[in-house]
Each structure stands twice: as structure tokens, then as C-alpha cells.
Design a protein around this ligand. Sequence first.
Ligand SMILES: Cc1ncc(C[n+]2csc(CCOP(=O)(O)OP(=O)(O)O)c2C)c(N)n1
Length: 355
Amino acid sequence: MTTIAEFSIGSTRILDPSGAVVGDLPDFASDRDELVALYRAMVLTRAFDAKAIALQRTGRLGTYASSLGQEAVPVGLAAAMRPDDVLVPSFREHGAQLWRGVTLEELFLFWGGDERGNDFAGPREDFPTCVPVGTHAPHAVGVALAMKLRQEPRAAVCVFGDGATSKGDVLEALNMAGVWQAPAVFVVNNNGWAISVPRARQTAAETLAQKAIGAGIPGEQIDGNDVIAMRHVADRALARARSGGGPTLIEAVTYRLSDHTTADDASRYREDTDVSPHWKQEPLVRLRTYLTAAHGWTKADEEALLRACDDAVDAAAETYLATPPMPPDAMFAHTFAELPADLEAQKAALTGGDE
Ligand SMILES: Cc1ncc(C[n+]2csc(CCOP(=O)(O)OP(=O)(O)O)c2C)c(N)n1
């Protein structure tokens, strides 16, 4: 037998869990302000997360998907994006959405079941949160293809979980992105679990990044709790996509410290002893340790930042709680240009009108 093709999967880590530099620092990472911006975005995301869970537990928010411990993936990714790139997110990308200009109030509205939360004042072309697993990946390829046909130097960025990579939608999207050399960057937010199904029971593949190989596109893995690595590798993939170099798949290895959602109880399938080592890897402590050692981040800086983020989140929550709900028939708006007769009838029944 002759070997006719060989492949390998690279892995990138720049900051290790102790906050030590173990790779080549990219240029942006020597700038204290750039690092503080990344840190702030992760802290704000975590503050939003804590408030969202508290509101859900007291009956004031719908089912909520936490991003606790995974903040470096969306934040690093969004920091690498340009405003006119398009984010096509799954349901744990609050950090990316906030970075790109979606407001805290909008995020609360969305998770409170109010569609106005998807009508972002900020990134008008970004897609709404996709709750069906993986169905947004083909959409992202369509967006990227449109950019290519219009010869626009932009990219579509699609994020999904490890479980989603076992779905046809994602594999088909990777395949067609490769065929069309679409300017798309796919990010697997590999947090180890698809609800109660561990990564090892989803696929026999050694890495998820190698799912790119079958589609003929580059795939690489990064330490997804290292926000510097995330931003750096995404920078490179986005630059390649925008300049006609085609798509990339990035597997960001992180860990879901929380329950899957507020409707889940992870203690039913996961021991505390499995989870606790991952607290030593988490992304906020890692960058904070580095900021402290390399850039003189102080306790006072930390306290001021925590207070500012908590205040912003509390104020947004107050605004959300004070927002009058939409009328029930709002669910019929924006679904069809002209409502089909059966939906017209349902709307009329709901509003007490004639059938
Ligand atoms: C098409 C579809 N099937 C099933 C579900 C129910 N569901 C919600 S999240 C989830 C697991 C997703 O796991 P993963 O892709 O790893 O993302 P994570 O939730 O871990 O971020 C499932 C099966 C769904 N939302 N959509």
C-alpha cells in the first residue's frame, strides 16, 4: 500500500492554566488595554450569567443556557471579528454578542421569551441565537457564499457545540463550505458534554477539529480557556477567509462548569470530582493571573471592574423587568409576509376576533 495523503491536527495554547506564557505571544497581547478589554468582556459575561440564573430561579426568566467557564471562546472570537463580519451563534455565545454590541437588556429579553431581544440595535446583520442544535451551520455557509459572490472581504462566523458536530447539518455545512471555498470560520465550542452525553460517546474521532479534513478544509484545535489563543487563531482564520483563502474549523477545548441549562441537573450524570479539576483551568483566573504578573493588575482594579459589571447587569435587569410584555398576538408578526389562513384563524381566536 502507498500512502497517498497524510494529515495532522495542530493545537495552540499561549497562556497555560497557571497564567504562564507557553507560546509565542501575538502582538495584541503585549498591549495591556487589549488584554483588559478581553478580561472585562469575560467578567461581564459571567456577571450576566449569574444574574440570568438568579432571575430564572425566581421565575423571572425562561430556561437559560449558562456559559460559565466557557467565556474565552466567544470573547476571543468576537475580538477577532470585524463589525461587518457576521456572527451566526448557537445558544452559549453571550460573550460574543455583548462584545459585538448586543445589549444586556436584549439578552435578558431574549431569554425571557421576548423576541425583541433578537432585534438587536447593534449588529444588525448578526443572526439571532439558534436553539436547534447545528441547524444554523448551513445558514452560515449561505451567508459566507453571498459574501463571496458579492466579492466582499468579510466572513461568516458560526459557533456550535461538540454534540452538534455529530449532526448532518454541521457536516454538510463543512462540506459545502469546502466546495465553495466560502469565507466561513466554524468554531466548535467543545465543552465536553451534549447535555448528559459525554464527548467520548458522541464520536470515535480523536479530535473534533479533524472533522474538517473530510471536507477538505483546515482544522485545528486550541485551548479554549486561553482567550489569547482563541483570539489569535481566530484572527488568522478570519484573515484567510476574508482574503479568499477559504474556510477553517477551530475546535476550542473548554469545559461546561454549569448545568447544561437551568432545566438540567448535571449532578445526575457527573460527579463533583469530575468537575472540580476544571475550575483550575478556567479562563478568567488564568488571564487575571497573567494580568497581575505582567501588567500590574491590582486588587483595586479587580474590585472596580467587578462592581462596574455587576452594576451594568443589575441596571439592565431592572430595565428588562420593567418592560411591558408584548401582546400575545405578537408571535404572529415577522413569520410570514402574509399569514396563511390557518394562522389568521388562530390569531383571530387568540385576540377574540372573528374566525
Ligand atoms: C435539533 C435539536 N435536537 C435536539 C435538541 C435538544 N438539545 C438542546 S441542547 C442539546 C445538546 C447540545 O450539545 P452540544 O452541541 O455539545 O452543545 P452544548 O449544549 O454543550 O453547548 C440537545 C440535544 C435541540 N435543541 N435541537
